[in-house]
Write a protein that binds this ligand. Structure first.
Ligand SMILES: Nc1nc2c(ncn2[C@@H]2O[C@H](COP(=O)(O)OP(=O)(O)OP(=O)(O)O)[C@@H](O)[C@H]2O)c(=O)[nH]1
Ligand SMILES: [Mg+2]
Length: 386
């Protein structure tokens, strides 16, 4: 409150009300000015990982209590990983390399998917024994045939560190930690605008939603006023099926969902940026000799220069390009498949593509800079995103 000398009570009231008016105007201005971004994509495509990167890059990172909370989650990720691997050995008919490790396998399976209430030294000894077993590794190599979190190997390779009672997760560990999103979350942050683009500070609101089928009906709640959508695709998923439906290929689900978003009448005004994510995992999968061709036979006719990984990533991009260049079709609302109502676009739209690794902070920093530039250009030239 500003102190004003020689003022009567009435003047003071008037000045106070003007002050409130000014504050409201300022608030409305900043409300309107915030760029609203919405992260979309199927389950495990990397949306929450992008939110974590924004926290690292543009907010103050993770507090001591947040890190302690993540340490528990990471221990649970270790349990989920080893439990799901050894549980699937029977189904895939893979024996343990050392029969004496059966005791450890039973110890883990008895704990169920939830895991122990307390993570003891004895618990970690059993996990370590199993992770060294050749049969367990063989079952891990075939993890595209069942459901296993992407960070299983990363955490199981770090048991010695994670089992310590004073373990504090690093940013890299937190980025790898997996927790399914339910509901809608929002992060607010400010970013400096380059002098060449007006200068000053730009406020962002970024919304994160759950990507599994059951979560998608909630998405519509946040469609209003969105300036740009970041649609994430886990490219390494080409040989995996959905956690919520083992009959559906994950990449095919991502393509169908992208098409729905691209054609949604609620999102016609929003800019669309496609993040072809998990490039690190795609590269290592292809290097292990795994090909996309059995799942997408069109790959055999795809012509592009470069090594197998480059050709695979360009092929995946071409699948999405085909969807946006294909003629718009009017389709009926199919409630069971959680599809959106389709409508004609009022004007030509553009879609930008980026190859990303969401767990790599340097990569996300660069991509964010490019994307910010695109959004600002759109705002300045009034071409739609804003
Ligand atoms: N190696 C690697 N792992 C990634 C990448 N992006 C995400 N992950 C991991 O994949 C897992 C799933 O990522 P999330 O960010 O939780 O996925 P999401 O899209 O939020 O999933 P839902 O909340 O179920 O919709 C996490 O363990 C991440 O660490 C990537 O580019 N490379
Ligand atoms: Mg999430």
């Amino acid at each position: 409150m500003v102190w004003l000398p020689c003022m009567g009570a009435r003047d003071e009231v008037e000045e106070h009300s003007k002050q409130i008016d000014r504050e409201i105007k300022q608030w409305i201005k900043s409300y309107n000015q915030a760029i609203k971004l919405l992260l979309l994509g199927t389950g495990e495509s990397g949306k929450t990982t992008i939110i974590k990167q924004m926290k690292i890059l543009h907010v103050q990172g993770f507090s001591v209590s947040e890190r302690a909370e993540k340490a528990n989650l990471i221990r649970h990720n270790i349990h989920e990983s080893i439990h799901d691997i050894v549980d699937n050995m029977n189904i895939l008919n893979i024996p343990l390399q050392k029969p004496k490790n059966e005791y450890s396998r039973e110890y883990i399976l008895k704990l169920g998917p939830e895991g122990p209430t307390k993570y003891t030294e004895e618990y970690f000894d059993h996990v370590r024994t199993l992770w060294r077993d050749g049969g367990v590794r063989e079952c891990f190599r075939r993890s595209n045939e069942y459901q296993l979190i992407d960070s299983a190997e990363y955490f199981l390779d770090r048991i010695d560190l994670i089992e310590k009672t004073d373990y504090v997760p690093s940013d890299a560990d937190i980025l790898r930690c997996r927790q399914k999103t339910t509901g809608i979350q929002k992060i607010e942050f400010k970013v400096k605008v380059p002098k060449s683009m007006q200068g000053g500070v730009q406020e962002f609101w970024m919304f994160d939603v759950g990507g599994q089928r059951g979560e998608r009906k909630k998405w519509i709640q946040v469609f209003e006023g969105i300036n740009a959508i970041w649609f994430l695709v886990a490219c390494s998923d080409f040989d995996q099926t959905l956690r919520e439906d083992a009959t559906q290929n994950r990449l095919k689900e991502a393509l169908a969902l992208f098409e729905d978003v691209w054609q949604s009448r609620f999102l016609l005004e929003a800019g669309l940026i496609l993040f072809l994510n998990k490039q690190d995992l795609l590269e290592s999968k292809v290097a292990q000799g795994r090909s996309i061709a059995p799942y997408f036979p069109k790959y055999n006719e795809f012509e592009a220069a470069g090594d197998e990984y480059t050709r695979t990533k360009l092929f995946i991009r071409s699948l999405f390009v085909d969807l946006i260049t294909k003629k718009r079709e009017r389709r009926a609302l199919d409630a069971s498949a959680e599809r959106f109502v389709i409508a004609e676009a009022r004007r030509p739209r553009e879609c930008y593509f980026h190859f990303t690794t969401a767990t790599d902070t340097d990569n996300v920093r660069t991509v964010f800079r490019d994307v910010h530039q695109i959004i600002l250009t759109h705002m300045l030239s009034n071409l739609g995103v804003y």
